[in-house]
Ligand binder design. Structure first.
Ligand SMILES: C[S@@+](CC[C@H](N)C(=O)[O-])C[C@H]1O[C@@H](n2cnc3c(N)ncnc32)[C@H](O)[C@@H]1O
Length: 276
């Protein structure tokens, strides 16, 4: 039977449908440069996602590209990729990686590698994805695979109210600087409309989103984002709960013997499809 989505065989496909997804990738050679970002994703993880949702040679977009986890993942899988990133510092880090590393034998090696290697081809555009995405023609991409900021920033008043890591930037266009979760979800809605337009029919938008613990309450942000995108026409196909064993820290003793506060150690991989 013809495989309409990817280049996997049946067993590989089946394995990838498990809703629990544990990974334990060792740091690759580009990690010491990328770690300044703080929310970067392993290229090997992104490569697995890309391998499921595209065929070799297809083009993917990451509109919240950071220091290029998805772009590097595309290099490992023989896909082409375009990224967009608002923060010039992260674009600078990625451009340096492009200068200093090559893809070779399914990994990254220094550019001076005596055995050679392939130049990193994926382009990273500096800008606000809401503006840059408008420049792409309809149905430009075979997949949109991305990792947006997880909700808005807020003052951390203590563990009973907020347990999540927050990143700050000074740019008002940063989704992470939204005034409220309502404002954040509105931005996700605008982003989703543009994603729907530039994605090819029957293809996937895949988002990594962490849930939050906010003002003493669990906020299922992954579900809220999925629901927002569902309401504008995406079909919600599934979720994988990603547990990154490599970065697990000891559990924090939030409110022990007082009240239940979760240690949120997983992230959601939300899988949506453009149906027509
Ligand atoms: C969770 S990080 C992505 C990290 C990335 N997956 C990596 O491996 O480096 C989210 C990124 O979205 C960027 N961002 C936030 N708002 C944006 C916008 N409006 N347009 C483009 N990028 C934006 C942030 O600067 C941040 O680097």
């Amino acid at each position: 039977m013809e495989n309409r989505l990817n280049d996997l065989n049946g067993s590989q496909w089946l394995y990838w449908t498990n809703s629990i997804y544990e990974t334990n990738f060792p740091p690759d050679q580009t990690f010491p440069r990328r770690k300044a970002h703080g929310a970067m994703k392993p290229p090997e993880l992104m490569a697995e996602i890309i391998t499921f949702f595209t065929k070799a040679g297809e083009v993917i977009l990451d509109p919240f590209a950071g220091v290029g986890g998805t772009l590097l993942g595309a290099e490992l899988t023989g896909r082409r990729a375009v990224g967009i990133e608002l923060n010039p510092e992260w674009v600078r880090v990625y451009q340096e990686l492009r200068q200093d590393f090559r893809a070779f034998g399914g990994a990254f090696v220094p550019a001076a590698n005596p055995e050679g290697g392939r130049l990193l081809g994926a382009e990273l555009i500096l800008g606000d994805c809401l503006a840059v995405m408008r420049r792409f023609p309809d149905e430009s991409f075979a997949a949109i695979i991305t990792d947006p900021p997880y909700g808005c920033h807020h003052r951390i008043n203590g563990f009973k109210e907020e347990t999540n890591f927050s990143m700050f930037s000074i740019n008002a266009a940063d989704f992470g600087n939204s005034e409220s979760y309502q404002d954040y979800l509105e931005k996700i809605r605008v982003f989703g409309n543009e994603a729907l337009r530039i994605l090819q029919p029957k293809r996937y938008l895949v988002l990594l989103i962490g849930d939050r613990f906010h003002r003493g309450e669990y906020l299922p942000l992954g579900t809220m984002v999925a629901e927002t995108l569902r309401n504008i026409g995406f079909r919600w196909k599934g979720i994988r709960i990603w547990w990154n064993k490599a970065t697990q820290r000891p559990l924090k003793p939030y409110a022990v013997k007082s009240c239940f506060v979760p240690n949120i150690t997983h992230q959601n991989i939300i899988i949506l499809r453009k149906e027509s």
